[in-house]
Write a protein that binds this ligand. Sequence first.
Ligand SMILES: C[S@@+](CC[C@H](N)C(=O)[O-])C[C@H]1O[C@@H](n2cnc3c(N)ncnc32)[C@H](O)[C@@H]1O
Length: 276
Amino acid sequence: MASRETRNGDRGGLQDRSAGRLGRAIGFIRERGPLEPLRLVRRHGIAESGRFVLRNVRHVVADRLARNWDRKYGVDTAGSIRLDSLDVVGPNRDKGNECVCTSPKSFRFIMKNLPSNLSDYTFIDIGSGKSRTLLLASHYPFRAVVGVEFARELVEIARRNVEQYRDPEQKCRAIFVVEADATTYDFPETPLLVYFYNPFSKDLFDIVLGNLVSSLERYPRGCFVVYGSSSHRAIDWARPAIRETGVFDELNVPPMPHFLDAVRTIDYAVFRYRRA
Ligand SMILES: C[S@@+](CC[C@H](N)C(=O)[O-])C[C@H]1O[C@@H](n2cnc3c(N)ncnc32)[C@H](O)[C@@H]1O
């Protein structure tokens, strides 16, 4: 299900910031002349310019690997999709972060640091985008896998992906995508693994976390919370917010390695509900 790409970063009708990066760089040099890169190095310094180039090379490589992964499984999960032009449920569009999916290697690394017997648990991805994590989570024997996503176009793509994705290694086929603003989502009364990959601002996170804690206090049960973030450094406020609830213990987990299939390296934290 390869999506079509145009030069202005429009891919399959969505505003995709990862589309045409290389083409844009070449266009920029053509427009400003071959000496422009040297002028930019002089203005920003070698170190900063080196970091900029590396960031972009990394992005291009990760994007290429994501598209290969999509081709292999006949799905559409790649890209950095802007939310501005999407049809969003509820009033929180401006507090949401663009849709960039967790890399398969990063996801598997996180899962290695969780207990292996989660067959009673429901995996929930808050802000599930195009469903990459749902597809990856279906390789573990969860009771069910649920994505909550507020952008209609992403929900439609995610549901098509779930239909399309078949792998002999899949261990859970009960995969659901709920179209909703995460702040209105009612958690199921099963043990939970709740996954966040930097979906939105702190005020929304506080509401969702409050809803989760209320649900756990009403029906105490096993619960893990995984919070991942990258460029926005959301982990710096998410980690203290989860600690301050006073009902979770943080697990000691190893740092994420630099995986080539990740646009950015994820900083993550894992918490376990104390009163189960
Ligand atoms: C960084 S992406 C993460 C995608 C996916 N969780 C993953 O790891 O592959 C953040 C996603 O959260 C969604 N989102 C942002 N605010 C939301 C909200 N209030 N309710 C539901 N989804 C939201 C965005 O549309 C986007 O798809």
